[in-house]
Design a protein around this ligand. Structure first.
Ligand SMILES: Nc1ncnc2c1ncn2[C@@H]1O[C@H](COP(=O)(O)OP(=O)(O)O)[C@@H](O)[C@H]1O
Ligand SMILES: [Mg+2]
Length: 225
């Protein structure tokens, strides 16, 4: 066993300066998946002033559902202490739902010191422009950052003329996953429950993320507890 300071803590950001692209939704789906399917311990921090993820968590708690993980409110300056806590137990996956805004100097260490940045986006013009700007800034701050782009709310009935050129433009910043379709079932999601109908869409995406980026060289992956 390696000494704890050599083991790498894993902080995963769900981020994009654009609102409504599915940051909070995918952060919850990802966290549910990590606990239920990959048997990982997860800690979630909601850094968005709208607190939508935290409120979801409180609602789920009211319904007395079994907790899959804790959700804590935090803010961008709180990152330093999150980083410290994460390195104390690298087996815990730290998931952060980041606020949309990019005009905060304290954001620099967050973007620099997170292992994975998951960036949901939609194929509409404003979302694409914002996403492009966001990725550009992230790469300026930290050229080594690992960005995963998730096309979200993709309508099967719509033909997106620009899809290929958008994929090419955004693809220079990181890896694109397969698209997530627009479905009403996303509304039924809670911090302790993932609707069955979403499983075939999301499990392949999240499994690949784990295999390629999260558990690629983790020593405890095969350990049984
Ligand atoms: N794939 C999807 N299909 C349908 N609705 C979605 C999908 N992804 C997100 N939503 C809905 O879109 C809205 C915005 O999502 P949210 O996760 O809050 O975005 P953000 O955190 O980026 O602001 C929410 O009402 C959510 O339920
Ligand atoms: Mg949100």
């Amino acid at each position: 066993m390696k000494s704890p300071d050599k083991e790498k803590a894993m902080i995963i950001l769900f981020a994009n300066q654009k609102g409504g692209v599915g940051k909070s939704t995918l952060a919850v789906l990802f966290s549910n998946f990590a606990v239920q399917k990959r048997k990982r311990k997860v800690k979630v921090f909601d850094m968005d002033f709208q607190q939508s993820l935290y409120n979801k968590y409180l609602n789920s708690d009211l319904l007395e559902n079994e907790k899959l993980y804790e959700v804590e409110l935090s803010s961008i300056p709180g990152f330093k202490s999150i980083r410290k806590r994460a390195s104390q137990d690298p087996r815990i996956l730290t998931v952060i739902d980041l606020a949309g805004r990019m005009d905060d100097d304290n954001l620099v260490p967050v973007l620099k010191e997170s292992e994975l940045i998951i960036c949901p986006f939609c194929y509409d013009e404003y979302s694409v422009t914002s996403t492009f700007e966001f990725c550009y800034v992230v790469k300026k701050v930290n050229p080594d950052s690992r960005i995963i782009l998730i096309p979200n709310r993709v309508k099967t009935s719509v033909k997106y003329e620009t899809m290929e050129s958008v994929n090419q433009a955004l693809g220079q910043f990181g890896e694109l996953t397969s698209p997530v379709s627009d479905r009403i079932d996303f509304q039924r999601l809670t911090t302790s429950y993932t609707p069955e109908s979403l499983v075939p869409i999301l499990d392949p995406i999240f499994n690949k993320l784990f295999d390629d980026h999260i558990e690629a060289d983790q020593p405890w992956e095969t350990e049984t507890t």
